[in-house]
Design a protein around this ligand. Sequence first.
Ligand SMILES: [Zn+2]
Length: 410
Amino acid sequence: MPKIYFIDVTNRDGVQTARLGLSKLEKTMINMYLNDMGVYESEFGFPTTKHEILYLQANLELADMGVLQPIRLAGWIRATVEDVEQTFKWVPTIQHLNLSMSVSDQMINGKFHGKKNKRDILEMVAESVDAARSHGVTSIGLNAEDSSRADLDFVMEVASTAKQYGASRFRYCDTLGYETPFTIYESVKTVAKNVQIPIEMHCHGDLGMAVANSIAGAKGALDGGQDAYINTTINGIGERAGNADLVATVLAVTKAKGFASQYQLGQLIDLRMAWKTARFASYAFNVPIPINQPGVGANAFAHASGIHADGVLKDPENYELYSFTEVGRGEPEFVETGSRICSGEYSGISGFRHIMGQMAITFKDIDEAKRILDLVRYANVASQKPLVEDEIVFIAKYPQIAKKLLTLQP
Ligand SMILES: [Zn+2]
């Protein structure tokens, strides 16, 4: 029986969003949380972008060390031989690649201005997938940008060409959020049936249907006999109106009518990580979580009106579809309202030792403490806000990795 997997693209689609960004340490923490949560793959960045190189290498080292395991770390590039070759020059140990190519007439004509036709597109797909395969990568995904506005026969030609040259997955991109659950179900089922390749759903929220389209498309892939992979981002952060929200999509697949018991997940997701992960992304992106966000919004389990409150007090299931404990809520949170020492780029050793003491982290001598403090200062320069406890613990635990993450060489 085909299964549903989750591929989070926060560290690619999320960070390329206008006016938003993450430091390399924050991106690394996101990979750590996604791994703890049981997400199958993190699209962790851009191997042909210079300032990403050390971050990507450091995260691959964490994978080698068994820290970022079992999550897969996949790079995202354009489907050109040039990008593939550049990738293996700069990040030679990368094992998973997603190659992107525009497939709609609008984009082929609108981007290449008559310099490329559909034959050229198929050729570029064949050559780039072939080049990636010749480097011995474990998995190649072909991303068909703007699939939803493209001719479906051509989409299938692209998918089968990619498959023929060694791609293991095909990403059906609703780049502009143009689909509805009805249309995407039919299109994806048709591709799955005819091309027989596992399909990734990549949906955007321009019409407010990113999550609905993702699960409808996934159902199309499964009904077509293929595994489905759903692209998400934490808190739905992504280009324009955003992507399918990770927590909401996992909730939809595991709780929704007609889905809950019907489909199997390829990898179990620990939703108890939802609260922590969403809160960290919100802090790191500096974007508040909407009050009504599924699962993690402030009002997701709040009741005021008489009938609802009475109903919940008698039995929460009267008005709650799932329990707050399932998404990692319910623990009281400690907020310091008095004096507080934060980490900063100009922190000193005494404040730092105080912070570390509160986290019960000790150093073997003053030199070690100073070395870690130095790294924490650099991390603050990159993020321009106090680090969270997990970030400081990470730096203390993996100082060599942290040093790499904090190194930029323009
Ligand atoms: Zn996208």
